[in-house]
Design a protein around this ligand. Structure first.
Ligand SMILES: [Zn+2]
Ligand SMILES: [Zn+2]
Length: 253
């Protein structure tokens, strides 16, 4: 599997490469996965609805959202997406995510009860293992974060870490992927649990075969420090590593 900029099947568009603290340039988590007419949104943080519109894909085309976990920066635009689809005359929305997704959506609709019943809403909880969503075959693995969450792998093309510490189990889960999109929230000098630093990520990835790694979930602390962070990952891991940017599309063979 390779990653290139030419004409291939799977397209991954970074809608939001930021985190819970705004940088001014990076919206909260959202990743659009498209393949042969299938479209899936992974996470739906604040700003993702606007990015969908800016991407040219549009919220009308996204009827399924797959959540990695339930922190606000991954779910904040869920009801805004539902409302926009309702107003645009779209009739469905499917939300898929880890245990607790049903309760989350029910609670959101309790607060904003005028949105209840506006679209045909289907909510499904998924667990570590294999399942199918929006026509994609997906494998899920539990991650290490302050809230229960899942990483997802789409055949041998794409792995999405969600929010997680870097650890060998996840690196092994991602091994052989054309593309790995991995949380790299902070530079090395920030004391952090539940998220990686570049050196912890580099150490976890050391020796793994992955086509290309994109760093995402970037806090403002990372601004202006990309070179140093890449160098730090590169001390341990010699593969192709880049910073994700909002509204960039990558094609995977
Ligand atoms: Zn989180
Ligand atoms: Zn997050």
């Amino acid at each position: 599997m390779g990653v290139r900029d030419g004409e291939t099947s799977m397209r991954v568009t970074f809608l939001g490469t930021g985190s819970a603290m705004p940088t001014g340039d990076r919206f909260q988590s959202g990743l659009l996965v498209q393949d042969e007419g299938r479209t899936l949104l992974v996470d739906c943080g604040s700003g993702v609805l606007h990015r969908l519109q800016q991407s040219g894909v549009g919220y009308e085309s996204v009827s399924t959202v797959l959540l990695t976990h339930h922190h606000l920066d991954h779910v904040a635009d869920l009801l805004p997406l539902l409302k926009a689809r309702w107003l645009a005359g779209e009739e469905t929305l499917t939300v898929v995510g880890p245990s607790g997704t049903k309760a989350l959506v029910d609670d959101l609709l309790d607060v904003h009860d005028y949105l209840d019943g506006r679209v045909d809403l289907s909510v499904r909880e998924v667990h570590p293992g294999e399942f199918s969503v929006a026509g994609f075959d997906v494998r899920a693995r539990e991650v290490r974060h302050s809230k229960y969450g899942l990483a997802y792998r789409f055949d041998d093309r794409l792995t999405v870490s969600g929010d997680t510490e870097a650890f060998a189990g996840l690196a092994s889960f991602a091994e052989g992927s054309g593309l790995l999109v991995h949380d790299c929230s902070f530079p090395d000098d920030v004391e952090v649990d539940n998220h990686p630093t570049p050196s912890s990520l580099g150490r976890a990835l050391s020796g793994r075969e992955i086509g290309r790694v994109y760093l995402t979930h970037l806090y403002p602390h990372t601004e202006g420090r990309h070179d140093e962070m890449l160098e730090s990952v590169g001390t341990h891991y010699d593969g192709d590593v880049r910073f994700a940017e909002d509204l960039t599309t990558v094609r995977i063979d």
